[in-house]
Design a protein around this ligand. Sequence first.
Ligand SMILES: Nc1ncnc2c1ncn2[C@@H]1O[C@H](COP(=O)(O)OP(=O)(O)OP(=O)(O)O)[C@@H](O)[C@H]1O
Ligand SMILES: [Mg+2]
Length: 208
Amino acid sequence: MIYAVVNTKGGVGKTTTAVHLATMLARTERTLLIDGDPQASAASWAAWRRDAQREPSPTTTCLAGKAILSEGKTLSEGFAHTVVDAGGRDSVGLRSALLLARQAIVPVGASNLDAAAMTDLLEVIDMAKDYNSDLQVRIFLTRIDSRTKDAAEMLAFLHEQKLPVLSSRACERVAYRRAIGEGAIVQELGKDPSSSQEMEAFLAEVTA
Ligand SMILES: Nc1ncnc2c1ncn2[C@@H]1O[C@H](COP(=O)(O)OP(=O)(O)OP(=O)(O)O)[C@@H](O)[C@H]1O
Ligand SMILES: [Mg+2]
C-alpha cells in the first residue's frame, strides 16, 4: 500500500503522522519512507533514529517534485508499504504524492484556521482524483485539545463537506514532540500509554 500524508497547511502533524505510520508498518513488513518535504524533517528524524540505534526502521529517502512520482513508483516496488511525507504547500511534490498514492491521509488540526485552509487542499485532491481514480482520502484529526469543543465543531464542518474522517485521532500530547526529537515513536518511549493507544488505533484503521 502507498500512503501519502498531505496537507497544504504547515504544522498540522504530517511528519509526526508519517514517521509513526512508517515505523509501525516496518515492524512487520519492508517499508519505505519518502521525505518529500524540502525541509527534510522526516530525514532528520531518521538520522536521529540511526544515531540512537533504534530498530526497526523504515528505509528513508528524500525525493523532490516530479521524482516523488517517477522514482517513487520504481522504488516502492521493492517494498510492501510506502509512506510519503509530502511538503506543506501546494507544490509539484504534493501533487506527485497524490498521484503515486492509493491512500491519502490528511492530518488536520481542529481550528477555524485549519478549516479555512482546507479549500485549497480539496481542490488539489479533486484534481488528483481525475488522474488517480483509486485514490482514497481520509482526514485524521490531530493535535486535539480534549478540554475544548473544537474537535466536535471541526467534525461537524467535515461532515458538512462530506469528507470521510478516521475515527482514530491524535490529541495534543508532549509525548509526540519528545518522540520525534529522539528519533523514536511514542510507543518506544513508553511514557504515555494514551498516545501509544492513539497510534495503534490509527494503524489498525488505515490498514483495515
Ligand atoms: N499530537 C501532537 N501533540 C503535540 N505536539 C505535536 C503533535 N503532532 C505534532 N506535534 C508537534 O507540532 C509540530 C508540528 O508537527 P509536524 O512537524 O509533525 O507537522 P508538519 O505538518 O509536518 O509541519 P510542517 O508543515 O512544518 O512540515 C512539531 O513540533 C511536532 O512535534
Ligand atoms: Mg513536516
